[in-house]
Design a protein around this ligand. Structure first.
Ligand SMILES: CC(C)(COP(=O)(O)OP(=O)(O)OC[C@H]1O[C@@H](n2cnc3c(N)ncnc32)[C@H](O)[C@@H]1OP(=O)(O)O)[C@@H](O)C(=O)NCCC(=O)NCCS
Length: 345
């Protein structure tokens, strides 16, 4: 017997008189050893390259518990003979919704590695329906590329592939890099040039195959809104601790942003991350990116980081070349899938 259940997580989940209602069932999910096993059995959680097995388990359990507590989320579970096979948290992405001008959501998945395709299709269809009921107009989810067996069920359930993300990580060493170009911190007056460079780099599918510009339901205009808002945010210090620029003839040729990331690893590892980086199309192929990456390694070293990480598109060949030459290793590959409500397809 198979049972797909959607739980609307509501504040009533914590009210004692809900003992016999569906909300109580949600509380039980959180403490049930069977759901604990499901969460821990899920293959390749995010940041798995940086965390120990124990840290990953604790991190995922914490995320599952917080999904149960979030009144704005929906939880879609699949059980057979009372044994949980899969669970998904569907939630709204407020910032994306604001900048894209449509309701954006995401699904976070937990599933057993031996989940069969038929069960997966049924569960994923319900995930999509739950998103539709939340008013989501664009649903995003990511799977590790090593669980590509979910690709078929995702397609059958109405999801389509929009990108492949590749993460590189490297230990940080200070090596006194020399630069071909002038590299300096961004100044307030650089803002218009940096925003327009971002617009050029990320809203043209010939330049960047990101999931926004690639999706026919979004395209150039939406990608432009999202990336320019993101860059403006980074320049305001939200999500970036530093922005470095490369100059040519007094004009900005490229930039790289820098941030430190916290996580369960932080007693052992001080990790840095690169949120956005680009070189203007007129200046590409002249070593600006190589200089910017060398400069960000030096900055990371100065700030006491032991590791640095970047996530890029599979198609961003110069990024792969540059990070590999710096000794970085590919540590993760993810597929992003989108789904939109039936009437928009
Ligand atoms: C990715 C990007 C920043 C590279 O900038 P760039 O200044 O042209 O890069 P560089 O000239 O410093 O070259 C970097 C490396 O890539 C290699 N490279 C450049 N173009 C290449 C291409 N088309 N094919 C293969 N290798 C290429 C270079 O040879 C160099 O490697 P090397 O130092 O081992 O020789 C730029 O293309 C860009 O802004 N793209 C659009 C936005 C984007 O994808 N940003 C990255 C998001 S993570």
């Amino acid at each position: 017997m198979r049972d797909v259940t959607e739980h609307r997580v509501s504040m009533s989940a914590v009210r004692p008189h809900d003992v016999n209602g569906p909300a109580m069932m949600i509380r039980e999910l959180g403490t049930s050893p069977a759901f604990r096993d499901l969460v821990l059995a899920t293959p390749f959680p995010d940041w798995d390259w940086l965390m120990t097995k124990e840290e990953m388990g604790a991190h995922e359990l914490e995320q599952f518990e917080s999904a149960l507590q979030d009144p704005a989320s929906r939880l879609v579970t699949l059980e057979r003979h009372g044994k949980p096979l899969a669970a998904a948290r569907v939630f709204l992405l407020d910032w994306d919704t604001r900048v894209l001008g449509l309701t954006a959501g995401r699904a976070k998945l937990w599933f057993r590695p031996d989940l069969n395709p038929g069960d997966a299709v049924e569960w994923l269809r319900r995930v999509k329906q739950a998103a539709d009921q939340l008013g989501v107009e664009l649903l995003d989810l990511k799977i590790d590329a090593r669980v590509a067996q979910l690709a078929g069920p995702l397609r059958a359930a109405g999801f389509y592939l929009v990108d492949c993300l590749v993460s590189y990580a490297s230990p940080v060493r200070g090596d006194g890099a020399r630069y071909q170009h002038l590299i300096r911190p961004a100044r307030a007056e650089d803002r218009p040039e940096l925003v327009s460079l971002t617009l050029e780099a990320f809203s043209d599918p010939r330049s960047s195959c990101n999931r926004f510009v690639i999706d026919p339901h979004l395209g150039v205009e939406k990608a432009a809104c999202l990336y320019t808002a993101w860059m403006a945010n980074l320049l305001d210090g939200n999500g970036a601790e530093a922005v470095l620029v490369s100059e040519h003839a007094g004009k900005i040729a490229g930039y790289i942003t820098f941030n430190t990331v916290r996580g369960p690893w932080q007693t052992r590892v001080a990790a840095a991350d690169i949120p956005l980086n680009a070189v203007s199309s007129a200046e590409r192929g002249r070593g600006h990116y190589t200089d910017l990456v060398n400069a960000v390694f030096s900055l990371a070293h100065e700030r006491g980081c032991t590791h640095i990480h970047i996530r890029t598109q599979l198609t961003a060949v110069p990024v792969h070349a540059t990070w590999a030459r710096r000794g970085a290793h590919m540590v993760k590959t993810l597929y992003s899938f989108h789904a939109v409500p039936e009437e928009r397809v």
